[in-house]
Design a protein around this ligand. Structure first.
Ligand code: IPE
Ligand code: IPE
Ligand code: MG
Length: 249
């Protein structure tokens, strides 16, 4: 792990090397609860609080885009009881998120496949996206029922439909065109990906968008991920010499 050379929260903006977009894989809620002899769902509830606090900290530190992986396309395979509890937490969380986003000038978006959620959740997500669409301070993206492969398949289908309809020809399909056909259209690629709980894999997260992202893995369990931990991740990013094809950024 990189040695912390400076405190990013004590510098002015001109000195900071701050990522524009941080993508989080919040992992370890279950283990956090198990360590305390609590049910897994308590870990998820605590994890939701940590997401809110992280949003405040990221906004304070000047991060413009934050994406959080809250529920994957694979997570439906978990026991019904746990999926049900996660949906209830999501219901409450979206309401709360809308309230704080309006107060803090945060634009909220969802990436992933919406139609598998129940109607009340879909309505709440649409409402949140609509009411926060002109907010400017930060863009906060919830990746729920999200899977990178699923997103790419849906994107390819929409491109294939356009070719079939004669709206575009195969030569029009460039990297930019593919990017613009994904859920993340218009959102810059993540500069930094953070995964908690010691797991070092992408788990189907932003697999197209992370082509040149710096990765930071920490053993800290998600509910314990606080502002100090966020600062460590940003400091790690600041210590990296970013390169794109062997050329400095
Ligand atoms: C992350 O915590 C939250 C979700 C994936 C919904 P986990 O539930 O994966 O926690 P662990 O990995 O079992 O500790
Ligand atoms: C990844 O965590 C998905 C989310 C954080 C939403 P998991 O805990 O589900 O991933 P795996 O199964 O350990 O790769
Ligand atoms: Mg996990």
């Amino acid at each position: 792990m990189a040695f912390c050379l400076y405190r990013v929260d004590r510098m002015d903006n001109t000195e900071k090397k701050i990522p524009n977009h941080i993508a989080f894989i919040l992992d370890g809620n279950g283990r956090w609860a198990k360590k305390r002899g609590l049910p897994r769902n308590m870990g998820h509830a605590e994890g939701a609080k940590a997401v809110e606090n992280m949003m405040y900290s990221a906004a304070d530190l000047g991060i413009k885009y934050v994406t959080v992986y809250g529920f994957s396309t694979e997570n439906w395979k978990r026991p019904d009881e746990e999926v049900g509890a996660l949906m209830n937490i999501l219901r409450r969380y979206i309401k709360r998120l809308l309230k704080v986003a309006l107060k803090k000038d945060v634009r909220c978006l969802m990436i992933g496949e919406k139609s598998r959620f129940s109607k009340d959740i879909i309505d709440a997500i649409n409402d949140m996206e609509e009411k926060t669409k002109d907010n400017k301070t930060m863009t906060f993206i919830l990746a729920i029922n999200y899977g990178g492969r699923d997103e790419i398949v849906r994107g390819i289908r929409s491109i294939a439909e356009k070719v079939k309809a004669g709206e575009i020809s195969p030569e029009d399909i460039t990297e930019e065109y593919v990017s613009g056909s994904l859920d993340t259209a218009g959102i810059p690629d993540p500069d930094l990906m953070v995964r908690t709980s010691g797991e070092c894999r992408l788990s189907n997260y932003l697999i197209w968008q992370c082509a040149y992202t710096e990765f930071y893995f920490t053993d800290v369990l998600w509910p314990d991920f606080d502002k100090n931990e966020l600062i460590k991740a940003i400091e790690y990013y600041g210590s990296r010499d970013r390169r794109f094809g062997g050329v400095k950024a």
